[in-house]
Every structure is written in C-alpha cells, then in structure tokens.
Design a protein around this ligand. Structure first.
Ligand code: AHG
Ligand code: MN
Ligand code: MN
Length: 365
C-alpha cells in the first residue's frame, strides 16, 4: 500500500497546536527532535550485533559504571549521545539531565539556550539488549525556572526538582517488534508506529485508555522477602486467585524493561509494581523518579490510569535529588487504588503471619 491513512507525528502536533493558537510551536519542534533521536536509536538497536554495539561499555576492570553504580552498556552510552546531539543545538533547551550523566548537562556555549528542560532515560531495560528483548527510551519535558530563562545561566540540579504534575510533555519510544512513540502533551495519550519505509511515526493508537480493572500484574517476585506488608498482601491475594479474597484468577508478567511493561499496560491494562522494599535501606525503590516514574506516571494518568508511590500520587512528589529512586506502582486505576488502600491500613498488614491479617483479608470485599 503506497498511501497510508494515518497522520504523521508532525501533522498530529501541528493540528494539536492549532487548537492552542497562543502556543509558540517550540514544544513541537523539541518533540520532533526527540522523536528523531529515538528513530536513530531504533536503527542502532535493530542492527544488534552487526552494529557492534551490544555488550558493556569498556571491558573487565575497565567496565564503565554510571552514577547509579550500574554497569553501562555500550548502547546506554550511544543512546545518551544521540539524545544530546539531536537536541542540544536547537535553542529550545536550558539544560538536560539523564540517567547516564551524574550532573545536569549544560547547553554548549556555541548554541542558544531556551526555556525547557529535557530529562531522559536514554535506554530503559538495557539489561535486555544483549538477549534481543524490547528496550525503550523515556523522556520528560519541564519548563525551566524563570530566572534560568532570563539570565541564561547554567542549570543546577535544583532547577529539575519539579513535581511530575508540572511536566509539559512525557513520552517514550519502545524498540520492540515495531518501534513506537507514545506521547502526552497534557491532553490524553497518543501512540505512533514507525513506518520504516517512510521513516515517519504514524498515528496508529489515538486516545489510548487504560482499562480501570485488570487480572494481570507485574512484579519482580525474587524480591518477595524484602517487600513491605501491604505489597505482600496484594500479591498474595492475586496469587490466591479464584479461591482467595479477590475471587478471580490473575496472570503475571515480568519483562524487566519497565517501558515495555508500561506499554503493555497502556494497551490492555494491568498493574506494575516496583515498590519500596527493605532490600537496601539506601535505595528507597529501584526506579528513578525524574526520568522513569514521572513520565510514565503522567502517561498513565493521562490515559485514565493511575501512578503512585503506594502512599501518595506520583505526580505530587517533590524531587530532592536528580537520580532519586522511588517506589512505583502504576496501571489500572482500581488496582492502584487498592494497593494505596492497603498501604493506608497498617493494622491489617502489620505482619502477614498475624492471624488478624488473614481474617481481615478473608472478609474483604
Ligand atoms: P535501566 O535499564 O534504565 O537501568 O532500567 C532498568 C529498570 C526497569 O526497566 C526494569 O523494570 C527494572 O530495572 C528491572 O529490574 P530487575 O533487574 O529487578 O528485574
Ligand atoms: Mn530505566
Ligand atoms: Mn537506562
């Protein structure tokens, strides 16, 4: 088929902007730069071993480690470079922050500075890259504080400490069997599929909605012994299935690429948990607030789902550090609300061996 009836990402953005005549169009240009970065990363990912980009960055003792103490994959580093290179020149950004850079990235002096901040996880799920399982890129666009824009000064970490509710744009690219770009500009969630012949993202999934109920959950069960009581209770009830408090069977999935789990949940519902646990007191959760939890959280909320720390809405959390980790629960609204309720009921979940807990969960619902 030569002609597709789908709108391109560019057409979609221009038509959206027409509905907001006062908007400058700068954001659209920035989104298109990010989309181009994602297309470049998609090509590199698709080449796999042929492209010479699999494996770790550096070898053996020289293996390179990022600020999180995690071994960097070559593709983590390449993807980070692609994001910087495709966006730094535009004059739209005041600064950037990335999982792969300890400090905020300053726009080089040869380029003008703009009014937005770009925050990203250049490659999410990168432990999956060597086994040919889906990975993705996650991004968030914030407004730079007024004094940054007025003075053109370097950005500091504190300039990024804005709650998720203030994100102007959030999205991700998923490098799966097809490459997709999923986006919110604060007016619902739309999904685009890369047409590799045209090199264009086409609007294939307009107005994505997360179903409010689900029978599918995702959690890394190898951490079960470190979970807090409300999470144990929730998972136990799912596992008990038809014969338990929930009265229905659940299915479980774990891809270990959060971006792919988020996509599955946007497509057909579900709930994802990487909760705060007792594994390592220095790490309150596994996933990062600014470039994982917040963008995915906004997408969920914009699609009628919900995102939470378990204790409070993710979008309300005021960040306190650039690479802050946080407990994350997102997906189908009723399920996330249930998990939040379990966190508010400490008496019922003090101890899962406590007969009170067992009794109460029997009588629930
Ligand atoms: P990243 O590759 O950006 O470091 O993120 C990996 C994250 C996330 O994608 C995934 O859900 C989680 O780590 C996987 O954790 P486990 O190793 O516990 O499965
Ligand atoms: Mn990640
Ligand atoms: Mn990453």
């Amino acid at each position: 088929m030569l002609l597709s009836h789908h709108s391109t990402l560019t057409q979609f953005l221009i038509e959206e902007r027409r509905r907001h005549p006062t908007a400058s169009g700068d954001l659209n240009a920035l989104i298109l730069d990010v989309a181009l970065a994602c297309k470049a990363i998609a090509r590199t990912v698709a080449l796999g071993e042929i492209g010479g980009v699999l494996g770790n960055q550096g070898d053996g003792a020289a293996a390179s480690v990022n600020v999180q103490g995690e071994t960097q994959k070559k593709l983590d580093v390449v993807s980070n470079e692609v994001f910087l290179q495709r966006t730094e020149w535009s004059g739209l950004l005041a600064g950037m922050a990335s999982e792969e850079m300890e400090l905020p990235y300053q726009i080089p002096s040869q380029y003008p500075r703009g009014k937005y901040l770009l925050v990203f996880d250049p490659l999410d799920g990168s432990s999956n890259i060597d086994v040919n399982v889906s990975v993705g890129s996650i991004f968030s666009i914030l407004r730079a504080p007024a004094d940054v824009v007025e003075s053109g000064r370097d950005v500091t970490e504190a300039d990024f400490f804005q709650p998720g509710a203030q994100q102007c744009v959030a999205g991700y690219a998923l490098y799966g069997p097809t490459t997709m770009f999923v986006l919110t500009v604060g007016n619902g969630v739309n999904g685009f599929t890369l047409d590799p012949n045209l090199g264009e993202f086409m609007l294939t999934h307009p107005r994505i909605q997360v179903p409010p109920d689900t029978q599918e959950f995702a959690i890394n069960a190898s951490n079960a012994r470190f979970w807090e009581a409300p999470v144990k209770r929730y998972v136990d009830e799912c596992l008990a299935g038809k014969t338990g408090a929930r009265g229905k069977d659940f299915n479980m999935r774990w891809i270990a690429s959060m971006v792919a789990e988020a996509h599955r949940i946007l497509m057909r519902g579900g709930v994802f948990l990487y909760p705060r646990d007792n594994k390592d007191p220095s790490k309150p959760g596994r996933l990062r607030l600014l470039y994982e939890a917040n963008p995915v959280g906004l997408l969920m909320e914009q699609a009628g789902g919900r995102a939470s720390t378990g204790r409070e809405p993710m979008m309300d959390v005021i960040p306190t550090s650039l690479h802050q980790r946080i407990g994350l629960v997102f997906g189908s609204k009723n399920e996330v609300e249930r998990i939040e309720r379990y966190h508010r009921e400490p008496a019922a979940c003090k101890d899962d061996a406590n007969p009170l807990f067992v009794e109460r969960s029997l009588f629930r619902d």
